[in-house]
Ligand binder design. Structure first.
Ligand code: UTP
Length: 306
């Protein structure tokens, strides 16, 4: 059933605000930093402990109340669609062999029929282009964007925290964190005008600035809640940093009319697009699990003591 539009309190004024019902997960990138692993396998199918990155992201979106997940994929990545479908032969064999836990591990989290839509980005023209490919499915509603390779260990999940803040503030809202100044050239960076320590409002955005010229070290990480106006701007932006269509450039074009805020979420982010971040995520997620904590901690201690 569709969520009815709710009346939210916005800066003291009651205003009809549409809820966030849809999430775009762009998964069409080449994953060059993870070659050779990503030669024949999508980066988003890399596993952290025992689940692929894409499953964590879809689960985070659904737990936050998202009704429709849109995977913007590309050629050669059909394993992702298969992952969100039944695997009848395997299910049958597991049931016959009495492997109930294994059976549950492949069925319990399956999305509702029709809840995951897959479309293709025909060329890897950047994150902004991937988001724009979903414009006809988004229509005129605010929507979330989750980058599956940014994994966030948090309870409640990062998107759920953002939706709570969005209900208060509206506008465009992104997840942010402070990064070392020498790394700002890897991120979209906020030019901050107001900051209460949790929510920072920006009047400027720069994609991958030079560390000397960066307006702050507050970086956008892979979670966004955006107004549909961004789609119209994406139709007009030209290729930016790295020869790609940048989402940051389109968001920057709405700053004159839509409030832009960053939220410092509670939780820890792991950049699973990098090898170091991916290994860290595996350790952190393993240690967060009761069944693995002791064995992994002991092994780490042994490695470290050499
Ligand atoms: P990245 O910047 O990590 O690019 O994209 P990438 O191609 O995945 O990886 P590298 O840098 O070559 O190693 C961030 C997110 O945007 C998606 C990616 O799949 C990833 O989830 N993306 C990027 C697209 O969907 N399409 C693109 O054209 C580019």
């Amino acid at each position: 059933m569709l969520t009815p539009h709710r009346v939210f309190k916005l800066k003291g004024i009651s205003k009809m605000m549409k809820p966030v019902r849809k999430a775009i997960l762009p998964v069409g990138g080449l994953g060059t930093r993870f070659l050779p692993a990503t030669k024949a396998m999508p980066k988003e199918m890399l596993t952290v402990v025992d689940k692929p990155l894409i499953q964590y992201a879809v689960e985070e979106a659904i737990a936050a109340g998202v009704e429709q997940v849109i995977l913007v994929s590309s050629r050669g990545k059909s394993s992702m669609s298969d992952h969100f479908d039944h695997s009848y032969e395997l299910e049958q064999v597991l049931l016959e062999r009495g492997k109930t836990e294994a059976y549950k591990s492949i069925t319990e989290w399956l999305p509702e029929p029709g809840q995951v839509t897959v479309l293709r980005q025909q060329e890897p023209m950047g994150l902004g282009h991937a988001v724009w490919c979903a414009r006809n499915l988004i229509g005129d509603e605010p929507f979330a964007v989750l980058l599956a390779d940014d994994m966030i260990l948090a309870e409640p999940g990062c998107l759920a925290q953002m939706i709570e803040a969005f209900q208060e503030y509206g506008g465009n809202l992104v997840a942010v964190e402070e990064v070392p100044r020498q790394n700002v050239d890897r991120y979209g960076i906020l030019d901050v005008v107001e900051d209460d320590g949790k929510i920072a409002r920006a009047n400027g955005l720069v994609e991958k600035p030079n560390p000397d010229a960066a307006p702050s070290n507050l970086a956008i990480i892979g979670r966004y809640i955006l107004q549909p106006d961004v789609m119209a701007e994406l139709s007009n932006v030209r290729k930016g940093a790295g020869g790609e269509i940048q989402l940051t450039d389109a968001m920057a074009r709405t700053l004159n009319r839509i409030f832009f805020r960053g939220i410092r979420f509670e939780g820890r982010r792991y950049d699973c697009g990098s090898k170091e971040g991916f290994v860290q995520a595996n350790v952190a997620f393993a240690i967060a699990r009761e069944d693995l904590r002791e064995g992994v901690t002991d092994a780490l201690r042994e490695f470290c003591n050499g």
